[in-house]
Design a protein around this ligand. Structure first.
Ligand code: SF4
Length: 473
């Protein structure tokens, strides 16, 4: 509990608000970037071509500021556990180990180990748990999105909205990616799934499905990350979406909005966004950008500039969907600091924090539902109501639920039970879909010794039971 609820001074407010100025740390503090100019830094092309993709490239930037033990730890993780390959844009790397270890602080090894952005973008083997590395119920496609593909890459889970996975790549790869099954390059631990259809055919099939499915009004245009789609192709897809009468909301999902704001500041992208935003406004369609920021230090002046640019061209809103992770942001202070940086600093709406999904090798990041509930309680009352983020649990075969919405909770075994009020796209003939309860599992290391022993003895039966239930879907 101490990790979740920050220490409170008697008589003081549990959270002390102050309006922090955003900071773009000086990248020249890293030996590999001493000659990088301001104009290089602002160039999306420079950022993309200098992304860090392996340990040797990281060493080329950081040099001896980080010692060999860290690089070896990183290599061990790549070889033994990582579900995502390494891809870190300079913009993101530059925000690591900055506030705790400013320029001239000597070795940054400890600061890198402790850094929240490093913990999810450059996971090292010693971060992972060795007792329960993965939950027995973890799976590669933990949200069963592929099962709900109406056409390849188009997940129809909720009644009125769909998720369009346009492409399987991003300009950055997050260690905890929930779409680790599909997104990014294969790693020694995970051979990635490949789309079968040709990209153009898949997009056409998605548009055809939306034209013949008038009950869908809302499309999350995602991936991967839409920032990896050549702008003319993305604009063409959005423009086609805007010709479909039933589509009333379009949300473009881009973590690069934070990780590579230079992309969204390019002339071509700004001009193109102005065209689609104008069309959307004229048609009464809400066009928004959804980004993914997990730590306050990631909200830099360039991110704020990109937000202003998008709001100026007519985008309705920029919203944040962060992921709740132990060691990254799972304290009330961290979540409120991030929310205020987003809202006050950049004009980004703090919208959701998702509990980290039950993918393999994620147990060190995941928090229990009761911990998420305590965090939600701690967040209330500081931010305006409209900007108070909801912490949600994405329950397999259900979808997002507010963390207090569970139906039953077996705290000893860490199993929460959830219900739903709609059928997913694969349950149109399932008579029990609305009366069944659906399970979500807390990390086993958060359970009592009795609960942990239960899992040691019963994990196999538990998995068999869940598979039998899901076979009825
Ligand atoms: S940006 Fe999103 S889709 Fe891409 S790796 Fe990160 S979490 Fe996954």
């Amino acid at each position: 509990m101490t990790e979740i609820l920050d220490r409170v001074i008697p008589g003081a407010q549990p959270y002390a608000y102050s309006n922090h100025e955003l900071v773009e740390p000086d990248w020249r503090r890293f030996p590999g970037w001493v000659d990088v100019t301001d104009s290089d830094w602002r160039s999306a092309q420079w950022q993309r071509s200098h992304c860090v993709k392996n340990t040797a490239q990281l060493r080329g930037v950081l040099g001896d500021l980080v010692d060999d033990r860290f690089y070896a730890d990183l290599e061990a993780d790549i070889a033994r556990a990582a579900t995502m390959s390494m891809l870190v844009p300079p913009q993101m790397l530059n925000t690591m180990a900055w506030a705790t270890a400013p320029a001239g602080a000597g070795s940054l090894t400890d600061a890198f180990y402790a850094d929240p952005v490093r913990r999810y973008m450059l996971p090292v083997f010693s971060d992972r748990r060795t007792d329960w590395t993965s939950h027995p119920h973890s799976s590669r496609d933990s949200l069963h999105e592929h099962e709900m593909w109406a056409v390849e890459g188009l997940t129809h889970r909720y009644p009125t909205k769909v998720l369009a996975e346009l492409l399987p790549t991003c300009p950055q790869y997050c260690g905890h990616c929930t779409r680790m099954d599909l997104v990014g390059n294969s790693t020694p631990s995970v051979e990635k799934l490949k789309f079968i259809g040709k990209p153009d055919t898949r997009l056409t099939d998605m548009l055809d499905y939306l034209r013949r499915t008038p009950g869908v009004r809302d499309v999350v245009v995602s991936g991967g990350d839409v920032a990896n789609m050549p702008w003319p192709r993305l604009e063409s897809f959005i423009t086609e979406l805007l010709t479909i009468d039933n589509i009333r909301d379009i949300r473009l999902a881009s973590k690069a909005f934070m990780a590579l704001p230079q992309h969204w500041l390019q002339d071509e992208v700004r001009a193109g966004m102005e065209r689609v935003a104008t069309t959307a406004r004229n048609r009464g369609v809400g066009l928004a950008i959804h980004t993914h920021v997990n730590a306050a230090q990631s909200v830099t002046p360039l991110v704020a500039e990109a937000t202003r640019a998008m709001l100026e061209v007519g985008v309705r809103d920029v919203r944040n969907q962060g992921v709740l992770m132990r060691g990254v942001n799972a304290t009330v202070n961290d979540l409120l600091d991030l929310s205020f940086a987003l809202l006050d600093g950049a004009g980004i709406m703090p919208y959701y924090f998702y509990m980290c999904d039950m993918i393999p090798s994620a147990e060190h990041w995941r928090v229990a539902v009761w911990e998420a509930q305590a965090l939600q309680h701690g967040l209330m009352g500081y931010l305006p109501g409209f900007a108070t983020p909801r912490i949600v649990c994405d329950v397999p075969y259900v979808g997002k639920r507010w963390v207090h919405q569970l139906h039953e909770y077996d705290r000893e075994r860490g199993i929460s039970y959830w219900t739903k009020n709609y059928r997913t796209g694969i349950e149109t003939t399932d008579t029990d879909a609305l009366s069944r309860s659906y399970e979500y599992y807390d990390p086993i290391h958060t359970l009592s010794p009795v609960g942990q022993q239960w899992w040691r003895e019963h994990a196999h039966e538990s998995i068999a039971g869940a598979e039998a239930t899901h076979a009825q879907h």
